[in-house]
Design a protein around this ligand. Structure first.
Ligand SMILES: [Fe+2]
Length: 142
């Protein structure tokens, strides 16, 4: 599995969300590098702790914006965020109690979920904002 290269087509058009998504991808890449260098178990707990704090803050930003603009898929989106938050928290607890370490399955799960969510689900919200002419970086120049 290779390092994730950020592409402009992953962007939602919302500067805050895009910066936060990039930070999440960077965190995944850090984990990947650590795993490749066999330092995975050493960085797993701090990384899961950072990820846990970070996704909570990021998901809250998205959900607040969805609520503000009456996004029709808000409920489903909150549910998806909630189940991922619970899974990350469970992993974190398993690592804390020594029950689990870093496995390729764990890394693959985090990577697949986050990329799929950013590229598919969040980009739909980005399209919704564009259709409503809501830009955080200023309107497009025509
Ligand atoms: Fe999201």
């Amino acid at each position: 599995m290779a390092i994730i290269t950020w592409k402009s087509c992953y962007e939602t058009g919302n500067a805050t969300f895009d910066a936060e998504h990039r930070a999440l991808v960077n965190a995944l890449n850090d984990l990947h590098v650590a795993m490749r260098e066999k330092r995975g178990d050493e960085v797993l707990l701090p990384l899961l702790t950072t990820l846990n704090t970070y996704i909570r803050k990021h998901f809250q930003h998205e959900e607040e914006t969805m609520l503000k603009y009456h996004y029709p898929d808000l409920e489903a989106h909150i549910k998806a965020h909630g189940s991922f938050k619970n899974t990350v928290k469970d992993f974190q607890e398993q690592v804390l109690t020594g029950y689990s370490g870093l496995s390729p399955e764990l890394y693959k799960y985090l990577r697949d979920w986050l990329l799929n969510h950013i590229v598919k689900t969040d980009s739909q919200f980005g399209n919704f904002l564009r259709e409503k002419n809501i830009y955080t970086c200023g309107p497009p120049v025509l």
